[in-house]
Write a new protein. Structure first.
Length: 367
């Protein structure tokens, strides 16, 4: 089993950043580094990554800062302060020891069954004070990083060259936060063997230690494309069969996504989760609207009519490009609905589309 560790190395940086620690990943016998903007893992012979900030991200911050300095010195100062605080927070977070060295996991890290059971204790919010500090601190750092780059997005409105890069970083943070939820879902899945769960547990620990989901790197592009395609093609409710939305989203997706749809086409839960994702409505709301369409012989409806069919606002947040937090909110709201259905044994999807897709990719890799 390959285990990844982070090894700190101090180097100097740009004009608005203090000296910072860089992370190497030891995978097998090779040192690797990770670049979020390129969605790739590289050998250390090629380049390095910094603590919490990749070199590409640091360059982006420096470029935006230089532009702001020449156009709006006040905004430049705001960015300088915000990212210096982020750097200090990052230094503090990465000074904490590896999760593997905490008292909670020390001595059981090689016991596959006990490792999985131990990590699952962290999935409940009621266990907050029992969790290693590094886990909570890393989440805080990722949230701070999200807000720092969201500030850059706000200040660079109109600069599409900056906006595209910033949006990639922001989505990478959101994807990492969602990945933790997916890992817990996989660890709870009885269809995975103890050995597979142990491997996933090690990946989750690596995420907590590094702030990077090394497994998710391979699937980031597909999920990112899925979100972008959905955002670019708002749902056209029409007959509520989902075929129009699915066709529009699938046209620009990669082959592995189409393979997923073909293989999962007969799976009711996948279809239900996909409909929730496409329409931005809960499974219960979709059934309610379809029932009324059938009862009154109506062939199609528009979004402005949705509320009248539901007698309330839709359960899930509307996703739009103007606020990246809406992506994460939409995921968490669907996840919470899945948990509630599971708890009361109600019909409907018990996992989100993102969970189902990533589980599918993991299973495919293990074949």
């Amino acid at each position: 089993m390959h285990i990844a560790y982070h090894i700190p190395v101090y180097m100097s940086s740009g004009p608005i950043s203090p000296p910072k620690k860089r992370i190497f990943f030891l995978v097998g016998t090779r040192f690797l580094w990770y670049n979020i903007l390129d969605m790739s893992i590289f050998d250390t012979e090629t380049n390095l990554s910094s603590t919490g900030m990749t070199e590409a991200e640091s360059r982006l911050v420096d470029e935006v800062s230089a532009w702001l300095l020449s156009t709006n010195p006040d905004d430049y100062k705001l960015v300088e302060v915000r990212f210096s605080h982020l750097q200090v927070l990052g230094e503090a977070v990465y000074c904490y020891p590896s999760i593997r060295d905490t008292q909670f996991l020390k001595g059981i890290i090689h016991d596959e069954e006990r490792l999985t059971e131990s990590l699952l204790e962290f999935s409940s919010s009621s266990r907050l004070l029992h969790m290693p500090t590094k886990v909570v601190a890393m989440r805080s750092f990722l949230v701070a990083k999200f807000h720092a780059f969201s500030l850059l997005s706000y200040l660079t409105a109109g600069r599409e060259d900056f906006q595209a890069q910033i949006k990639t970083v922001v989505f990478a943070v959101i994807n990492t936060l969602m990945a933790e939820v997916v890992y817990f879902s996989c660890l709870e899945d009885p269809s995975f063997s103890h050995h597979t769960k142990a491997s996933l547990a090690n990946d989750l620990i690596t995420l907590w230690d590094s702030g990077v989901d090394l497994r998710g790197v391979r699937h980031f592009t597909a999920l990112s494309s899925l979100w972008i395609a959905r955002d670019a093609a708002p749902p056209s409710f029409g007959t509520m069969d989902g075929s129009t939305e699915l066709l529009r989203i699938t046209m620009d997706m990669e082959e592995d996504w189409r393979d997923f749809l073909v293989e999962e086409s007969s799976n009711d839960e996948t279809r239900w989760a996909l409909e929730e994702f496409l329409f931005g409505l809960s499974w219960e709301e979709i059934q309610q609207i379809r029932s009324r369409l059938s009862r009154y012989g109506i062939n199609a409806i528009g979004y402005d009519e949705i509320r009248s069919y539901l007698d309330s606002q839709p359960s899930y947040s509307m996703v739009n490009q103007s606020d990246p937090r809406a992506f994460y909110d939409f995921f968490v709201e669907r996840k919470d609905a899945c948990v509630l259905r599971k708890r009361v044994a109600a019909p409907g999807p018990l996992h989100t589309l993102e969970e189902i897709y990533l589980k599918y990719r993991i299973i495919t890799e293990l074949r």
